[in-house]
Design a binder for this molecule. Structure first.
Ligand SMILES: Cc1ncc(COP(=O)(O)O)c(C=O)c1O
Length: 394
């Protein structure tokens, strides 16, 4: 029996106008690159202007102090001490930083699941192949009935050779909240280090990074924290910091984790310096309200679309394994589309229906993954539902 969920009440009138998003487009793809509110972009432009007015003062003499102040606010928000994480450009960079800092040898195994983000898959394969280690994906098939099913499947797959497990906090193709915390805790007890790919988690889920039990946690601020693009972070447990170096080695090599990450060559600090403004903007809306709104919208959207398209959900119908996105099977013949055909649906949906939503092909089937941010309204999902049915008829 499918429960009748309701969409949440709006958090405010006309919230979308606080973003630059085109009003005519039903934008259901916050998850790919995020979207940054106007006031945060203005703050970023302000920092850029100050840097351009006094380049040496701002970058050289005051850069570290300014970055530290920005880090302090991120750290306070996510429970991290400011010297235990470094700013990186994005989660991909954070994950590469760990993978390429560690050394593996023939016989070692790098392990992840079939829900891994493809760029992370490529990075893991690359690192494994360079050292003669092996790369393996644990098949976690759909539908997912409970977090416990994932914990068990992953733990059963760990072998004596497993050196590193990369686990998603929120998966990309399937939009599921994985029990990363429980998995990491069980792995720590078995002596297996865990790198959590938290690309989507900050701002989507309540998060205290050190209590996730991982050795490494990479996250993004440009997705669900709505910071400018190019703002990610890498947290490393203190006992592991000595072995982790930024991808770009610069002046401060050997001066410690925090110092090494603080300068990686000349970069546009304005992006990171505007992060506190994004955190303020979202916390004025109320983080609890934002997360509850976006989750309720995702839970409702999952079942609304399943109902309209006559498909089964890939995870519990109450939305208990979702954050603020839902991956839904496409209806009818669209579901069986090959990768290239399915990919062509996304630009058609945009061009013909003015709906932006990401399409995924996973396990040989095609899905759509609408994302829910505070500016979304139920009508965005109604438009998606009807547009997909029309594409299926065409
Ligand atoms: C699970 C996951 N990991 C990593 C990334 C990469 O994020 P970025 O492009 O910001 O590095 C994404 C992007 O969507 C993702 O969904």
């Amino acid at each position: 029996m499918i429960p009748k969920l309701q969409p949440p009440a709006r958090l405010g009138a006309d919230l979308k106008s606080q973003w630059l998003l085109d009003e005519r487009i039903a934008f259901l793809n916050h998850g790919s690159f995020g979207a940054t509110p106007r006031c945060v972009l203005e703050e970023q432009a302000g920092w850029r202007a100050r840097i351009e007015a006094e380049p040496v003062e701002m970058l050289s003499r005051r850069g570290r102090e300014l970055l530290t102040a920005a880090k302090r606010e991120v750290g306070t928000w996510l429970g991290m001490r400011e010297h235990d994480f470094g700013f990186v450009t994005n989660a991909t960079e954070g994950i590469n930083t760990v993978l390429r800092s560690l050394s593996f040898k023939p016989g070692d195994e790098l392990l992840t699941t079939s829900h891994v983000y493809n760029a992370v898959r490529q990075a893991m394969k690359y690192v494994a192949s360079r050292s003669g280690a092996t790369y393996r994906e644990i098949d976690v098939p759909l539908p997912i009935r409970s977090p416990q099913q994932i914990v068990q499947t992953v733990l059963d797959a760990i072998s004596a050779q497993t050196r590193l497990l990369v686990i998603d906090h929120v998966t990309s193709p399937t939009a599921l909240v994985f029990p990363a915390n429980q998995i990491a805790e069980a792995c720590a007890a078995r002596g297996v280090d865990v790198l959590i790919d938290g690309a989507h988690a900050p701002g989507m889920l309540p998060l205290d990074v050190p209590s996730m039990n991982a050795a490494y946690y990479a996250g993004n601020l440009h997705k669900w924290a709505c910071a400018p693009k190019g703002t990610g972070f890498l947290w490393v447990r203190p006992d592991k910091q000595r072995d982790i170096h930024p991808l770009v080695i610069s002046h401060h090599l050997g001066e410690g984790f925090d110092a090494e990450f603080s300068w990686q060559g000349t970069r546009d600090l304005a992006t990171w310096l505007a992060v506190p403004c994004a955190l303020r903007f979202m916390s004025e809306l109320g983080w609890d309200r934002v997360m509850a709104h976006n989750h309720a919208m995702a839970a409702w959207a999952q079942m609304f679309l399943c109902d309209r398209w006559g498909v089964e959900p890939i995870s519990p119908a109450d939305g208990s394994m979702l954050g603020s996105m839902a991956t839904v099977r496409l209806p009818g013949r669209l579901r069986e589309m090959a990768d290239e055909q399915a990919k062509s649906l996304q630009p058609r949906l945009y061009a013909e229906h003015r709906v932006e939503a990401p399409f995924m092909v996973w396990g040989g089937q095609a899905f759509v993954r609408p994302c829910c941010q505070v500016y979304n309204v139920p009508d965005d999902f109604h438009r998606l539902a009807e547009a997909i049915l029309e594409l299926g008829r065409a």
